[in-house]
Design a protein around this ligand. Structure first.
Ligand SMILES: [Cu+2]
Length: 260
């Protein structure tokens, strides 16, 4: 758990009256003092009130067939696998849940800027596959792109809100450290060399997001009490939203069901 608190918003508002809360003073042309815009309050998870939303993302319908990926165009990629490599576009787990759904709080949080985690998020290229296939990061959190393969890759995000870039990375090359400053659900990233390679990055301006794994469940921890719209996104099946209201320290369930 991180340290408090959303209280800092209120304290900052009080401090703003007294000192400007981080904003300096500038002189206008007339020589009068004028407060510069204060920096936004930094929000942190408050363990005293932290609520939780858990759930699962299920799938109803005919189970999609995972098509095999041909890597014949790059022998170094093909050689990295002894088993057939299957598409990750739609994976239904054995328990009927959907893997790689991105679940996040779309609205309802207090205004302010959430503390950015110091830990980096890693996206690796292994056997000419992006690992993981779906990942969440906070706005301005560092993301390191690794190339663990003995072959060239070319990382090419296709954002709508963030800046597009396109950089090659040599075999076992230096990590590329990047940030995405704007919230965006989702940024597809391709590789210009290998058309089957795809990772989806969910960039969220707060820490309340999760990706479903092999059991299809998710947990959003540390929420302030409030009324939220929680969205689940899936690359093939689109988006769904659920309204959830949580009191301080309350746990609620929000289950999604995507139809095939
Ligand atoms: Cu590649």
């Amino acid at each position: 758990m991180r340290t408090p608190s959303i209280l800092s918003t209120g304290l900052c508002a009080l401090a703003l009256v007294l000192t400007g809360c981080g904003g300096g003073e500038t002189k206008t042309e007339e020589g009068r003092s004028k407060a510069a815009p204060a920096s936004a309050a930094t929000l942190r998870i408050d363990p005293a009130t932290a609520a939780t939303v858990t759930g699962k993302v299920t799938f109803t319908g005919e189970k999609p067939v995972r098509r095999p990926i041909s890597m014949d165009s790059t022998p170094a990629c093909a050689r990295a696998h002894t088993e057939p490599v299957l598409s990750e576009e739609a994976i239904v787990n054995d328990n009927g849940t959907l893997r790689n759904a991105f679940v996040w709080v779309k609205s309802g949080l207090p205004d302010g800027t959430w503390e950015v985690p110091r830990e980096m998020v890693t996206i690796d290229q292994v056997g000419c596959i992006y690992v993981p296939h779906v990942v969440g990061v906070q706005t301005n959190q560092e993301v390191q792109f690794l190339n663990s393969d003995p072959t060239n890759h070319n990382i090419h995000p296709l954002p709508r809100a963030n800046r597009e870039w396109n950089e090659s990375q040599p075999p076992k090359g230096e990590p590329k450290i990047k940030t995405f400053p704007k919230q965006e659900i989702m940024i597809p990233i391709k590789c210009n060399v290998h058309p089957w390679m795809r990772v989806y990055v969910g960039v969220v301006d707060h820490p309340f997001f999760a990706v479903t794994g092999e059991d299809g469940s998710f947990t959003l921890k540390g929420l302030p009490p409030g009324q939220y719209t929680v969205q689940a996104w899936h690359e093939k099946y689109g988006t769904q939203e659920i309204q959830v209201t949580v009191a301080a320290q309350e746990s609620k369930t929000a289950d999604f069901d995507f139809k095939g």
